[in-house]
Ligand binder design. Structure first.
Ligand code: BGC
Length: 423
C-alpha cells in the first residue's frame, strides 16, 4: 500500500462500482400509493408526537418536525421531472453506478393494467443513467404499494407473490435490454419490524403472527420474481436488499447477551437467505448501525458519535458483517446503502472514509465486495420522519427545489474518480 508522508492511500479493485442510491417515493414527488394516503392521515399526529419522540437538541435543530407538512411527501424533490439534472450531478461526482427504484403504483395503477407511458418514463431514466456512464441498479419495490393492492390486504394478500412477480416480469420484459442488476425487495426486515411488529408505519399492525406471514409472503414474492426474471434472461443479476445490522453482546463474557445476539442476528439478518437459498446472484448489504444487546434490554447506545437521528456511527460494524457474510455465503456483495443524516455536513466525509477503510480491509482479506452505493444522492423524504433528516450528498432546498452539492460530496467524488481513498 503506497504511503505518502502521513497520508495513506487505499486502492479499490479495478472496476469497483461507486454509486449513490435513491428510491422513487422518497424523491420523485406526485406519487399516489398506500404511503401517500397514510401520510395525509397521520401528518398532524406525527407532528404533535415529535415532542416526545426526539431529544431536545434534535427539536431545537430541526423545528420542521413540528410542522405537519414535514410528513407529507408531496412533490418531494420533484426528481420525476428533474432526473436529468440529478443524474448530471451524479455524473459530475464521478459515479459509475446509480440505484433507483420503480414505483409500482405508477406502472400498475389498477390491478392488471399496466401504464406504458410510465414504463417509457423509466426507460428514459435508465437510459439517462447509462448515457452518463453509470451502471443502473433498479429496485422493484421500495416499501410502497399501489392502492388497489393495499386495499386488499397488501403483502398479506394470498396472491401477493404472484402480483409482485407479474409486475416484476412486466418491468424486466420491457427494460431488461438496458438493465442487468435487479433488486427485488428493499429491506424485508424493516418492513416486518416497522409495519407489522412496532406498527409505526403503514399498515400499522402489531402482530407477530402477521409478521411471520409477511416474511413468508415477501420471500415467496422474491423467489417467484427471481424465477420469472431469469426466464427472461439468464444474464439478469438478482438480489434483495437486506438491512443487515451488526449485533454485539453488551457483556463480552455474558452468555445470555451472546445468546440474544445470535437469536437477533438470525431473525434480523440471516433468516431471509434461508427461504431464498438458491435465488440470489448477489448479496445486497445495507448497513447503518450496530445494536448492543444486553439481556433483557434491546439496545444500549453509548452516545459517542451520533448522527442527526441519534444513530450511533460504528464503521467497524461493516467489516464484521462482511466477514460474516463471507463465511456464510459465496455470492458477490454490493453495499447498496450506507449513509447518515447530517444536515450540517460535518460528519459525512469522515463517515464515508471510515466505512470505506473497513470495507477495504475486508476486501484485502478476501471478501468479494464489488460496489459501494452511498445513501443518498439527494436529501429526501425519510418516511415516518418526513423531510427533516438530511441524508443527501446534495442538499435540497424544498421551497425552491434548488440542489446544492455538499462539500463531502466533492470528497466522495475524489474517491470515485481515483478508485481510492486518501486517509
Ligand atoms: C431505507 C431508506 C431510508 C434509509 C435511511 C434504509 O433503511 O432503505 O429508504 O431512507 O434507510 O433511514
Amino acid at each position: 500500500m503506497p504511503m505518502e508522508g502521513k497520508e495513506r492511500k487505499i486502492e479499490f479493485p479495478k472496476g469497483f462500482l461507486w454509486g449513490a442510491a435513491t428510491s422513487a417515493h422518497q424523491v420523485e414527488g406526485g406519487n399516489v400509493n398506500d404511503w401517500s394516503e397514510w401520510e395525509k392521515k397521520n401528518a398532524e399526529h406525527l407532528a404533535s408526537e415529535a415532542k416526545n419522540k426526539w431529544q431536545e437538541w434534535q427539536q431545537e435543530k430541526f423545528p420542521e418536525m413540528f410542522d405537519p407538512q414535514n410528513y407529507v411527501s408531496g412533490r418531494a424533490c420533484d426528481h420525476y421531472n428533474r432526473y436529468e439534472e440529478d443524474l448530471d450531478i451524479a455524473k459530475s461526482l464521478g459515479l459509475n453506478a446509480f440505484r433507483i427504484s420503480i414505483e409500482w403504483s405508477r406502472i400498475e395503477p389498477e390491478e392488471g393494467k399496466f401504464d406504458e407511458r410510465e414504463i417509457e418514463h423509466y426507460r428514459k431514466v435508465i437510459q439517462a443513467i447509462r448515457e452518463r456512464g453509470m451502471e443502473p441498479f433498479v429496485c422493484l419495490w421500495h416499501y410502497t404499494l399501489p392502492l388497489w393492492l393495499a386495499e386488499k390486504k397488501g403483502i398479506l394478500n394470498k396472491r401477493f407473490p404472484e402480483y409482485f412477480a407479474r409486475y416484476s416480469r412486466y418491468i424486466v420484459k420491457n427494460l431488461g435490454d438496458i438493465c442487468k442488476f435487479w433488486v427485488t425487495l428493499n429491506e424485508p426486515s424493516v418492513v416486518i419490524s416497522h409495519s407489522y411488529i412496532e406498527g409505526i408505519r403503514p399498515p400499522e399492525k402489531k402482530n407477530l403472527w402477521l409478521a411471520w406471514r409477511v416474511y413468508k409472503k415477501m420471500m415467496g414474492a422474491h423467489n417467484l420474481s427471481y424465477r420469472y426474471i431469469k426466464e427472461i434472461s439468464e444474464k439478469n443479476q438478482i438480489g434483495f436488499a437486506n438491512h443487515i445490522k451488526y449485533f454485539e453482546p453488551y457483556g463480552r463474557n455474558s452468555t445470555l447477551d451472546s445468546l440474544v445476539v445470535r437469536v437477533a442476528g438470525y431473525f434480523g439478518n440471516w433468516i431471509f437467505y434461508g427461504l431464498s437459498k438458491n435465488k440470489n446472484d448477489f448479496i445486497a448489504l445495507q448497513y447503518y448501525f450496530r445494536f448492543r444487546l444486553k439481556f433483557p434490554r434491546r439496545m444500549i447506545n453509548e452516545n459517542k458519535e451520533l448522527t442527526d437521528l441519534g444513530w450511533e456511527v460504528f464503521p467497524k460494524g461493516i467489516y464484521y458483517l462482511l466477514k460474516e457474510i463471507n463465511k456464510r455465503y459465496s455470492f458477490p456483495i454490493y453495499i447498496l446503502e450506507n449513509g447518515l443524516a447530517d444536515a450540517k455536513d460535518k460528519k459525512r466525509e469522515k463517515f464515508i472514509k471510515d466505512h470505506l477503510r473497513w470495507i477495504h480491509k475486508a476486501i484485502q482479506e478476501g471478501v468479494d465486495v464489488r460496489g459501494y452505493f452511498h445513501w443518498s444522492l439527494l436529501d429526501n423524504f425519510e418516511w415516518d420522519k418526513g423531510f427533516w433528516p438530511r441524508f443527501g450528498l446534495v442538499e435540497m432546498d424544498y421551497k425552491t427545489l434548488e440542489r446544492k452539492i455538499r462539500p463531502s460530496a466533492w470528497e466522495y467524488a475524489k474517491i470515485c474518480k481515483e478508485n481510492a481513498v486518501n486517509l
